[in-house]
Design a protein around this ligand. Structure first.
Ligand code: ZN
Length: 113
């Protein structure tokens, strides 16, 4: 139920924004989700449709940009996107990695009427 609590916070933030901008309708909500966050985009839209009923953001479409996992290897200093999910350095196979990107979850923009 991770997605449900995340979705509820999206709705809360977006409703506040909609009210602030006196928007009558929110058409689209763009969010960025890191691949490491474990959030499933389809679940977010599903929960959003249910949880947004009767709010300022009801009926809005969720657009999700995935942020790939970017790492820095502490052994060989390789820095780049992690393509497969074995979480080891593609150059030296070390597991001694620092995650630079991929845990994010943020609301990018709202499209309103
Ligand atoms: Zn390495």
């Amino acid at each position: 139920m991770h997605e449900l609590s995340v979705t509820q916070s999206i709705i809360k933030i977006c409703c506040e924004e909609a009210v602030k901008h006196k928007a009558s309708k929110v058409k689209e909500i763009r969010i960025k989700v890191g691949e490491l966050s474990g959030l499933i985009p389809d679940c977010i839209q599903y929960y959003f449709d249910i949880a947004s009923k009767g709010t300022e953001v009801e009926g809005a479409l969720i657009k999700i940009d995935k942020i790939p996992i970017t790492i820095k290897c502490n052994e060989c200093n390789y820095e780049g996107v992690l393509k497969d999910k074995n979480y080891s350095c593609p150059v030296c196979n070390s597991y001694n990695l620092k995650i630079l990107k991929g845990n994010e979850f943020l609301i990018d923009s709202l499209e309103v009427d």
